[in-house]
Every structure is written in structure tokens, then in C-alpha cells.
Ligand binder design. Structure first.
Ligand code: HEM
Ligand code: HEM
Length: 178
């Protein structure tokens, strides 16, 4: 099958690096603080680099390519509900919303975690509660994200998870949005 390159090496390393640091931070949050803080900083560093790459990176890595207006997102979701949404070579409009939501939530999560290490917020119950709530929100978003990836893979008969490893996707066909 003819394939085409979509995700550059940075996006792929970023993605699986973020998955790893998020998982480690999540599992070590309660009782392995030094590991937790390192994993959290790794996630924060990856997100910071991703924000820059979203401005200067390759075509399908750019925010301007996949962050779309609420009207476009709503009409895409209507098409999903009726089973006739187009296949997107890059992120689909709903995926774009999820990426913004994940990056924003994880940024707030890392910021609140860092604040917990400062003199001002050390031991602050409000900040601990904020950090924990954002961690739980991130977990919910990740679950929805994975569900969306599986759904889109099934609907368009392609393995999006493998594409995030190899960077390649089946070449676009007429009717696809490339
Ligand atoms: C093992 C579980 C996961 C799988 C299988 C997975 C799979 C994927 C796939 C296939 C894409 C590309 C979607 C598309 O084709 O449009 C993607 C994108 C993305 N995922 Fe995941 N994901 C997982 C976990 C996570 C986690 C835990 C996070 C964050 C904590 C995350 C954050 C993201 C982000 C930010 C993107 C956008 C990538 C970019 O453009 O830089 N994912 N994921
Ligand atoms: C992907 C990023 C992160 C995730 C998923 C995460 C998740 C968590 C979780 C689940 C807890 C346990 C909450 C509880 O049960 O009380 C926790 C606690 C904590 N985290 Fe994070 N965190 C992240 C980033 C960070 C960062 C960047 C820092 C600091 C630089 C940090 C500092 C802390 C501290 C100090 C606590 C202890 C708070 C307490 O005693 O309740 N976290 N985090």
C-alpha cells in the first residue's frame, strides 16, 4: 500500500516521551517524590519544546494546520455522529481540540506541581487540591484521547497508533483532507 510521511521524528519522540513521563509521574505522585518531580519536569520540558515546534515545525506538526474553528469542529462532530466524516491525513478537527486540551491541562498540572515546591505554596492544601484535580482531569482526557484514536482507526481502516511510531500513513484518497 502506498504510504506518505506525516509525523516527523520530533512529534513521534515527543509523543512517546510524554506518554512515558506522564505514566511515571502518575504512578510516582503519591510516594516517590524525587522520581515524580523529575518525571514532571520531563513532561514540562517536552511540552515547552512542542509549543515551539507547533509554530516552526513541519507541515502536520503546526498548530495552524490542525487547530480549527469551533464551527468546523462542530460540523466534524455532526459528521462523526452520522458516520460520514472525512478522513484527515493530519489531526482531525476533534483531535486538534483534544491536543489543545491535553497540552493546556498538562501545562497547568506541571505549573501547579512546581508551585508546590516553592516556599509560597509549600504545603498549601488549595494548591495540592488543584494539582490533584488537574492530574485527574488529565487522566480523563487521556482516556477520551485513546478512545478517539481507536474510533478513528476503526472508521478509516488504518492503524493510527502504528503511524505515531513510523510517522507514515496510507496515502490520501479522493475525499480525504490532506
Ligand atoms: C498508550 C496510549 C496512547 C496512544 C496509543 C496514543 C496514540 C496517539 C495517536 C495515534 C496520536 C495521533 C492521532 C492522530 O492520528 O491524529 C496521538 C497524538 C497525541 N497524543 Fe497520544 N496516545 C496515547 C497516550 C497519550 C498520553 C498519555 C498523552 C498525554 C499525556 C498523549 C498526548 C498526545 C498528544 C499531545 C498528541 C498530539 C501529537 C502532536 O501532534 O504532537 N497521548 N496519540
Ligand atoms: C505529568 C505531570 C504530572 C502528573 C501526572 C502529576 C501527578 C501527581 C499526582 C497523581 C499526585 C498525587 C496527588 C495526591 O494524591 O495527593 C501528585 C503529587 C505531587 N506532585 Fe505531581 N504531577 C505532575 C507534575 C508535577 C511536577 C512538574 C511537580 C514539581 C515540579 C510535581 C510535584 C508534586 C508534589 C510536590 C506532589 C505532592 C503533593 C501532595 O503532597 O499532595 N508534580 N502529582
Amino acid at each position: 500500500m502506498a504510504t506518505t510521511r506525516v509525523w516527523d521524528a520530533f512529534v513521534r519522540i515527543f509523543h512517546w516521551g510524554l506518554v512515558t513521563s506522564f505514566a511515571v509521574a502518575w504512578l510516582s505522585g503519591d510516594d516517590w517524590k524525587s522520581l515524580h518531580i523529575w518525571a514532571g519536569y520531563a513532561a514540562a520540558g517536552l511540552i515547552g519544546l512542542r509549543l515551539v515546534w507547533g509554530l516552526i515545525g513541519t507541515r502536520y506538526a503546526r498548530f495552524s494546520q490542525f487547530v480549527r474553528s469551533p464551527l468546523v469542529v462542530a460540523s466534524y462532530l455532526r459528521d462523526v455522529a452520522t458516520g460520514r466524516e472525512a478522513r484527515y491525513l493530519g489531526h482531525n478537527p476533534a483531535g486538534g481540540v483534544m491536543i489543545v486540551a491535553l497540552l493546556a491541562t498538562l501545562s497547568g498540572l506541571c505549573l501547579s506541581g512546581w508551585l508546590l515546591t516553592t516556599d509560597t505554596f509549600w504545603g498549601s492544601e488549595l494548591m495540592e487540591g488543584t494539582h490533584e484535580a488537574l492530574a485527574n482531569l488529565a487522566l480523563v482526557l487521556v482516556a477520551l484521547h485513546i478512545a478517539g484514536v481507536v474510533l478513528a482507526s476503526l472508521r478509516h481502516h488504518e492503524n493510527l497508533i502504528r503511524s505515531m511510531v513510523t510517522g507514515r500513513k496510507p496515502a490520501p484518497e479522493p475525499g480525504d483532507v490532506a
